[in-house]
Design a protein around this ligand. Structure first.
Ligand code: MN
Length: 361
């Protein structure tokens, strides 16, 4: 129908795999069936979001470009596909801006969905809606949808990388087997994507990402992945080494161990790994030692939460904090992995309340 499709996805390995899967399937269709050989450049546009939701900074760019294309080239109003994002209330303000101009928005996500968002979506593909959970990564969902749209593109690797990248478990590990690669090899690809993605910032770079994911020259892919993943590992080790000094570990009344990491002062700014990933790496090391543990990496106005062996409900914690503290608390994520934002002046109070809530679960 020559309607442009904007694919907006989260910038981590899962998000990139999901976005690239749809991009590859759609571009192949355009190349085969569209009269204009240039059409693939304007009909399929993959873009990355730095935030874990469709933020206003993203939507104004997409909307402005779409309106210009409508005016200058007679393009149609686009279809927007949100991948690994798009299932929370925090996505609604951006989605509504596009709806005013007649766009349709589809969400393909595996974060715990908020029902409110469905009012604004054409479709919402989410495992939680059919009794599944976040182990069915956005990469898997997008690969399966891409295969329905166009079965001619081999996307097996993308599903496997998304599973390892997002640490998904259970039945979905069959996608790892399908790739014919080891978990370590898939992990290296995921690391390479996130390392390059971090420095690309707001650029999606289909060229570099396609090379890493094996759509370019295979011999170069291997070298590229080896090099980038080794950079990433060295960077992680270096940052974890200093970060471990900034961790305070305490046992809460209910026996849960709380590890608080001062990522603002014990990590380099604007350097890979970013605070969320660094907190995850520190958490992975600490959970070898403690069975029930929550790790909080905090900065001046944010906190990243990772947990193990405890039933956290982060969206609920966020709602409670919003009611109890006047600190502009926002956030969300998965049930057990997430992040919150707040105003810097109330950091102490927000973190103290968060700790006491975790201590009484
Ligand atoms: Mn994901």
């Amino acid at each position: 129908e020559s309607r442009p499709i904007i694919i907006r996805h989260h910038w981590d390995a899962d998000g990139v795999c999901g976005g690239v899967a749809l991009e590859k399937a759609l571009v192949d269709l355009v190349e085969k069936y569209h009269a204009d050989p240039e059409a693939k450049y304007y009909l399929v546009r993959r873009k990355v979001s730095r935030a874990p939701f469709y933020e206003l900074e993203d939507v104004v760019k997409d909307l402005d470009e779409a309106l210009e294309d409508i005016d200058r080239h007679g393009d149609k109003v686009p279809l927007v596909v949100l991948v690994d994002n798009g299932s929370g209330v925090e996505d609604i303000p951006a989605i509504r801006q596009f709806l005013i101009f007649g766009a349709d928005v589809i969400t393909i996500d595996h974060h715990f969905p908020d029902e409110e968002v469905d009012r604004y979506l054409l479709y919402h593909v989410n495992p939680y809606k059919v009794g599944g959970d976040s182990n069915y990564t956005a990469g898997i969902l997008s690969v399966e949808i891409a295969r329905m749209v166009n079965p001619d593109v081999d996307l097996k690797l993308l599903a496997g990388v998304s599973v390892v990248g997002d640490r998904a478990e259970g039945e979905v590990e069959k996608y790892v087997e399908l790739t014919g690669l080891t978990r370590e090899e898939l992990q290296d690809i995921a690391l390479a994507i996130e390392f390059e993605g971090f420095y690309l910032r707001f650029r999606p770079s289909s060229y570099i990402m396609h090379e890493i994911l094996g759509f370019g020259r295979k011999d170069r892919q291997k070298k590229l992945v080896e090099m980038l993943s080794s950079y990433a590992k060295e960077a992680i080790e270096a940052q974890v080494k200093t970060a471990m000094e900034g961790v305070k570990v305490q046992e809460l009344p209910n026996g849960v161990v709380l590890a608080a990491l001062d990522v603002e002062n014990y990590a380099k700014k604007f350097t890979f790994p970013p605070p969320g990933k660094l907190t995850g790496e520190v958490h992975d090391r600490l959970k070898q030692k403690y069975e029930r543990i929550v790790t909080i990496g905090y900065g001046p106005d944010f906190a990243v939460i990772r947990s193990e062996g405890i039933e956290l409900d982060i969206p609920r914690l966020v709602r409670e904090l919003q009611e109890e503290v006047n600190a502009g608390v926002e956030g969300g994520g998965h049930l057990v992995v997430g992040s919150i934002k707040f105003i810097p002046a109330k950091r102490k109070e927000v973190l103290a309340r968060l700790a006491s809530k975790i201590g009484s679960i």
